[in-house]
Write a protein that binds this ligand. Structure first.
Ligand SMILES: [Fe+2]
Ligand SMILES: [Fe+2]
Length: 194
């Protein structure tokens, strides 16, 4: 699918600010793609579309999730915004005819991360956190280091930062984030500093 077609579609789904965020995620994901052995074209499509349902109302997300037979766990029930990944994946499948499983997985899990994801999914999870529009201190620090870190170490840092972030704000912690981090620790990866 042509990039311009995707941009036209995205424009109908999100605000200008979110559109810019998606371009930022695309830029970051495409530039990191070779380090993750990911096809830059897949990275571009997944990045542009990851937040396609981010501005849907919580009620609509719940309604679409049940229509699409998406599992609504207790956490998603309490925080329906967490469904914008899984619902977004279904929407791009239905409305754009995107069938690529890696792209659909990346969109589904970009919010929480998860264990055993494909490289594209991990890349989008990371790029969403460090894209140039993220101006908070932790994102700035990680962005500056991103190209100097091993892919797994960068991923671990995004998991760690995400957990700190949700704890500091008293948000619910999704078990996928914990399981994704645990997988890396069990494989022997650890954060060297920072
Ligand atoms: Fe998102
Ligand atoms: Fe995002």
């Amino acid at each position: 699918m042509e990039r311009q077609q995707i941009l036209n579609f995205l424009e109908t789904k999100v605000s200008k600010k979110r559109y810019q965020h998606c371009l930022g995620v695309e830029q970051t994901a495409v530039s990191l793609a070779p380090r993750y052995n990911v096809d830059p074209q897949l990275a571009s499509v997944a990045a542009l579309l990851h937040d396609v349902c981010r501005e849907y109302d919580p009620d609509l997300l719940l309604q679409l999730a049940s229509k699409f037979d998406i599992l609504i766990d207790d956490i998603a029930r309490a925080e329906p915004i967490l469904l914008h990944g899984a619902v977004g994946a279904r929407i791009v499948k239905e409305e754009l005819g995107i069938e690529d499983n890696q792209i659909l997985e990346a969109i589904t899990y970009h919010i929480t991360g998860a264990p055993n994801l494909c490289a594209l999914s991990n890349l989008i999870f990371i790029a969403d956190y460090i894209e140039p529009g993220r101006t908070f201190e932790q994102a700035k620090l990680l962005r500056a280091e991103a190209f100097g870190l091993e892919p797994e170490e960068l991923l671990l840092r995004v998991f760690n930062n995400t957990l700190h972030y949700v704890i500091d704000r008293h948000y619910l912690i999704h078990p996928n984030t914990i399981a994704g981090r645990n997988e890396l620790i069990m494989k022997g990866y650890h954060q060297n500093n920072g």
